[in-house]
Design a binder for this molecule. Structure first.
Ligand SMILES: *Cc1c(COP(=O)(O)O)cnc(C)c1O
Length: 398
């Protein structure tokens, strides 16, 4: 570890930071300011889809910088149309609103749900949300989040949410029985911050049916699990269903801030001019990053790589950790992987870092891996070679 840890006296203290600063990267590798090299199994929290300094992405962004960075939504932005058309094609949905982050995409989804309700004459529309969910840190999205720590200190919360447990169709039916004020069901296909908790395909199909029968919007937060990470463009596509509203962000711009909410037919015409907007949303630089990210993903068959490398990594972790006391399970899909232990393991963050591996720990006991989708088999082997002994040693101690 570098002897003089960087400090930030002028940056607001909102994160528990590890004592390094990254200066540059190449592919799945990054280096800190002291010159130490790391294998990046976190990808900036599912953001760096194409890793670092990608040979196709960087020149495209340089080209865009010389043309125009920001125009303004007073005018048409052709790159918005280009990225929207691609997202519509990949999702089978209808149209797209662009913003700058995950919480913004979710905010837009919640506004869509409320207006959908008001248009039907529902004065106080209710949205079904889930235990352990994470949807962001604005007042509305933290209210939708199922984690008291995220909410504490920011009450009063926004009203209009009904909370249910995951994968329990009876609980959903009971919570909404006889109510005519429900307008939407809002969830992550695989909960990220909540600890890599997947919704079962059968449950998703049952919810889809209920949404059709009762005219609710099925709103699927794919901010973390979307954009190819699981081996499909969007994780809910594994269940063979379509969303009505789908917020996206993280991996869509390979590191350039971007958010999007994709709407299906049922939600495509809810907003009219004046209902929603954002200054930066849909700016040409972010749009170019999105267009090029999706193009390169197709060209380099990264969905296939995510599925292959994901299964390979999961199997290797399972084999390496099987029978270890204190190890619960490996779960997830593609390159969205959680390793649950029976004890809090936040300490593993710094220990992995010392051994040259960047990862995350979420929901206290879950080691989370979200590497770039370009990861190679040799790099996966390297993750396993560092992580398996580390977890075994961690569990053997105390
Ligand atoms: C990260 C995340 C968000 C919030 O995104 P920000 O860009 O940090 O606002 C929302 N939903 C999910 C599922 C996320 O993983």
């Amino acid at each position: 570890m570098p002897s003089a840890a960087p400090t930030s006296p002028h940056v607001m203290n909102t994160y528990g930071r590890l004592p390094i600063a990254l200066s540059h990267g190449q592919g799945c590798r990054v280096w800190d300011t002291a010159g130490k090299e790391y294998l990046d199994a976190l990808g900036g929290i599912a953001v760096n889809t194409l890793g670092h300094n990608h040979a196709k992405l960087v020149p495209a962004l340089q080209d865009q910088l010389t043309k125009i960075i920001h125009s303004c939504n007073y005018y048409h932005v052709p790159l918005q149309e280009q990225l929207a058309a691609k997202l519509v094609q990949l999702s089978g949905m209808s149209n797209v609103f662009f913003c700058n982050s995950g919480l913004e995409a979710n905010e837009a989804a919640l506004k869509l749900a409320r207006k959908f309700g008001h248009d039907k004459g529902i004065a106080k529309p209710q949205v079904v949300v889930y235990e352990k969910a994470f949807h962001g840190r604005s007042i509305a999205t933290l209210s939708a989040t199922g984690n008291a720590k995220v909410q504490q200190g920011f009450e009063p919360l926004v009203e209009g949410f009904i909370r249910v447990p995951l994968n329990d169709i009876e609980a959903l039916q009971q919570a909404t029985q006889g109510r005519d004020d429900v307008v939407a069901v809002f969830f992550e296909t695989i909960q990220g911050e909540g600890g890599i908790n997947p919704m079962r395909a059968e449950y998703l199909q049952q919810v889809r049916k209920l949404c059709d029968e009762r005219d609710w919007l099925m709103m699927i937060d794919e901010v973390q699990c979307g954009i190819g990470r699981t081996g499909k463009w969007f994780a809910h596509q594994w269940a063979g269903i379509k969303a009505d509203v789908m917020p996206l962000a993280k991996g869509l711009g390979s590191g350039v801030p971007i958010g999007a909410v994709v709407a299906g037919e049922k939600a495509a015409s809810i907003f009219a001019p004046g209902n929603h907007g954002t200054t930066f949303g849909g700016n040409p630089l972010a749009m170019r990053a999105g267009v090029e990210t999706l193009r390169i993903m197709e060209e380099d068959k990264l969905l296939h790589n995510a599925a292959e490398m994901g299964s390979y990594l999961q199997e290797a972790l399972k084999a390496g950790l099987a029978g270890t006391a204190g190890f619960k399970e490996v779960r997830g899909q593609g390159l969205m992987i959680g390793i649950e232990l029976y004890k809090p393991c936040g300490a593993l963050l710094a220990q992995a870092m010392e051994r040259g591996l960047l990862l995350s720990v979420t929901a206290e006991r879950v080691v989370r891996l979200l590497p770039p989708l370009i990861i190679t088999q040799a790099e996966v082997d390297e993750i396993v070679a560092i992580l398996v002994p580390l977890i075994r040693e961690f569990l053997a101690a105390a």
